[in-house]
Ligand binder design. Structure first.
Ligand code: AMP
Length: 197
């Protein structure tokens, strides 16, 4: 979804998950620390995550989509502060609602291109050639934390630590909730574009 927003609406994306995975593949100290948490489906500590985002924001903050960040109250408070320091702010926060069964099917069938990060699905969004990315011919992979037993840990982390942010952003009048159940990816894109206008 965000690939389309980047291509069509001139947005940039910061995915903290992708940034952690990049650090893991390059074996950096940050990646080595993050890996132990990520492979268990747990959140990486706030101090590590916020530090990484702060470094990123030094060079980028206009037209920015944050994907997978903030995920905790401490991150949301830190992000507001970091943006204030560079005379910027969050405009909107999108809450994409999907049923837990849909979410589970999506994660257990997910395939990722390690190069361009596009995601596919074993059943609902197959690549043209099985196991190969349509855009760069890379072999598709699965994520270690998409294993069923890791998914339940991730959902618990979300419920305990991220769900409370709904109230945080409602109080700031920034939250736009979108019911994504039953929507095709084009329909979702339409709704997201409307919400961001
Ligand atoms: P994602 O690619 O967004 O699904 O994130 C994959 C994993 O990276 C999460 O399950 C966490 O272990 C870690 N991660 C990504 N973003 C954050 C964040 N904002 N705070 C803590 N951990 C994160």
């Amino acid at each position: 979804m965000s690939e389309k927003l980047i291509a069509n609406a001139g947005m940039k994306q910061l995915s903290t998950g992708d940034l952690f995975r990049k650090n893991i593949s390059e074996n950096t100290p940050l990646g080595i620390e993050a890996k132990t948490y990520m492979n268990e489906g747990k959140y990486v500590p706030d101090s590590v995550t916020n530090g990484m985002v702060k470094d990123y924001l030094a060079d980028n903050h206009e037209n920015q989509i944050f994907d997978g960040y903030p995920r905790t109250n401490a991150q949301a408070v830190a992000l507001d502060e970091m943006l204030k320091d560079i005379n910027s702010q969050i405009d909107k926060v999108l809450l994409l609602n999907v049923d837990s069964k849909v979410l589970h099917d999506r994660l257990t069938g997910r395939l990722i291109c390690p190069k361009c990060k596009r995601s596919y699905h074993k059943v609902t969004r197959k690549p043209q050639v099985e196991g190969v990315c349509d855009f760069d011919n890379e072999a598709l992979t699965t994520r270690p934390d998409d294993a069923p037993e890791k998914i339940s840990v991730r959902i618990k982390e979300y419920t305990d630590l991220t769900e409370p942010l709904i109230e945080f952003y409602k109080a700031q009048n920034k939250l736009v909730a979108i019911d994504c159940n039953g929507l095709s990816s084009d329909e979702m894109y339409e709704k997201i574009s409307e919400a961001m206008a």
